[in-house]
Design a protein around this ligand. Structure first.
Ligand code: NDP
Length: 483
């Protein structure tokens, strides 16, 4: 199996290679086999990308918005035409089951491009009457934005960042995670095929140092990171030194609260989706499942039954529902959390071992009787490990759900909609669901509070984060001066 791109980077509308960069081996997590060999960006590659983006952005930003949109819409059409080929590549890059990558990754990316292509031409300033004189505002692009991605949804992340940035007249230099470098290169190629000018979307591969070089360059106006909280703190600090705009989409330990009156099969389905989809490697997962005591036994027995029926195996097989983790490092980390949960006294209800389908598999795992102090209830595992905690009252569960530095997402299952809204109103989270979980349509803002991040992706809210306001005062009479 091979998925070797023509070169490691895509800069100024062309493939670019510099073999002096540190080697990057891309594996297919389904088997551990090497499918591509790339090199990290050297200072020369990073310079070419930033300089190229900087030179191209002015004309792109000055274009009529509908003309930019037309190009983005052509890219959307190409992505949809090539849906199967792109899904296959995403599965090779990430190890996620083909049934997921067909439904979620590039399709969600295409939605974002389509949405912002439609929205951008409608963005206008305002006129402010001042009794004769007046003022008006212009929404301007920021300039060159750096996008830095995580490895769990590599193509979706690239599209979610590129869509608002490019449609609103910015250029972008995107650094994928070195674990999953392939999808962003496809996006860069598709943009050029769709007629985008060279230099508007560039991809530079690399490790953290490449991201850091982007976050500190004076020509970069904004940094949008999807990654962990520790990386977010570093990148935010580096961006602050240069007074740059930021969007930080970071990790979580989100609560999913199931009240006794909930539709139990739906709540279990949501808890499984919010812990096992993408083998649990999703930032907004509901990894602390609070179940009200009266339904605990029923909830756990049906959950164990449904978890045992999950079909794990070769991610390229149509019938497979559950794949491996993305890398050996992630596998080791997740197995460590499972061992620690057992050592700290959590009760294993399902899974708990490495899977036998390949070197990077972990069984979908459920722990019950998890308490708030256990490591499993406090740290982000980023693997298929669900923690079920008991609770008795609404007041109690709200306080416990909020007892974390994270604040990305939250969910509530209840038949009592008044309670659903009441509880959600008090939860400290940026992205919430009532009787649903982990659905992130582009029309809805996505983002976090507390340590899980700042800024919002998707929806109209993202416009604020990729434009800035220029205010213009217009005098219509003689200047009234005391001098
Ligand atoms: P990391 O934080 O390790 O890395 C994220 C990206 O930042 C990578 O491209 C990484 O490069 C880069 N990076 C690392 N150090 C620096 C630095 N000092 N300056 C600039 N860039 C740097 O996250 P993972 O890739 O391991 O992804 C998993 C994390 O992402 C989880 O915490 C998860 O919750 C979060 N996430 C958040 C989402 C959200 O929208 N809120 C969505 C998806 C994931 P390299 O890989 O080479 O180190």
């Amino acid at each position: 199996m091979k998925a070797q791109p023509k070169a490691s980077h895509f800069v100024n509308g062309e493939w670019m290679e510099d073999t002096a960069g540190a080697p990057i081996e891309v594996i297919y997590p389904g088997t551990g086999e090497v499918i591509a060999r790339l090199h990290a960006g050297t200072p020369a590659v990073i310079e070419a990308a930033i300089a190229g983006a900087h030179a191209a952005q002015g004309a792109w930003g000055a274009m009529r918005p509908v003309e930019r949109s037309r190009i983005l819409m052509r890219a959307v059409a190409l992505i949809r035409e090539r849906a199967e080929e792109l899904a296959q590549l995403e599965t090779l890059d990430t190890g996620k089951p083909i049934q997921e990558t067909r439904a979620a990754d590039w399709p969600s990316g295409a939605d974002a491009l389509e949405y912002f292509a439609g929205l951008a031409p409608t963005i206008t300033g305002e006129t402010i009457p001042l009794g004769g004189d007046f003022a008006y505002t212009i929404r301007e692009p920021l300039g060159v934005c750096a996008g830095i991605g995580a490895w769990n949804y590599p193509s979706q992340i690239a599209c979610w960042k590129a869509a608002p940035a490019l449609s609103l007249g910015n250029a972008m230099v995107f650094k994928p995670s070195e674990v999953t470098p392939l999808g962003a290169l496809k996006l860069a190629e598709i943009f050029i095929e769709a007629g985008m000018p060279a230099g508007i979307f560039n991809v530079v591969q690399g490790f953290g140092a490449v991201g850091a070089a982007l976050a500190t360059d004076s020509r970069i106006a904004k940094v949008s990171l999807t990654g962990s909280v520790p990386t977010g703190r570093k990148v935010y600090a580096a961006a602050a030194a240069g007074m740059k705009h930021v969007t930080m989409e970071l990790g979580g330990k989100s609560p999913l609260i199931v009240f006794e009156d909930a539709d139990i099969e739906s709540a279990i389905g949501a808890a499984m989706l919010g812990n096992f989809y993408s083998s649990g490697q999703i930032c907004s997962n509901g990894t602390r499942v609070f179940v009200q005591k009266g339904i605990k036994a029923r909830f756990l027995s049906r959950l164990a039954e449904r978890t045992a029926a999950i079909v794990a195996g070769d991610p390229l097989d149509d019938s497979v529902q559950f794949g491996p983790l993305v890398s050996a490092a992630q596998h080791e980390k997740v197995m460590g959390y499972i061992a620690r949960a057992q050592a700290e006294g959590a009760r294993l209800v399902a899974g708990g071992a490495a899977g036998n389908q390949g070197p990077l598999f972990v069984q979908p795992t459920v722990f019950a009787d998890v308490t708030d102090e256990m490591t499993l209830a406090r740290e982000e595992v980023f693997g298929p490990v669900m923690a079920v905690l008991d609770f008795e009252t609404e007041e109690e569960v709200i306080a416990r759900a909020n007892g974390t530095e994270f604040g990305l997402a939250a969910g509530v299952f209840t038949a009592d909609l008044a309670r659903g809204h009441r509880v959600i109103a008090r939860l400290q989270a940026g992205t919430c669901w009532i009787n649903a979980y982990n659905l992130t349509p582009v029309e809805m803002p996505f983002g976090a509070v507390k340590a899980s991040g700042v800024g919002r992706e998707n929806s109209r809210a993202a416009v604020e984060h990729y434009t800035q306001v220029k205010a213009v005062y217009v005098g219509t009479g003689p200047v009234d001066s005391p001098y």
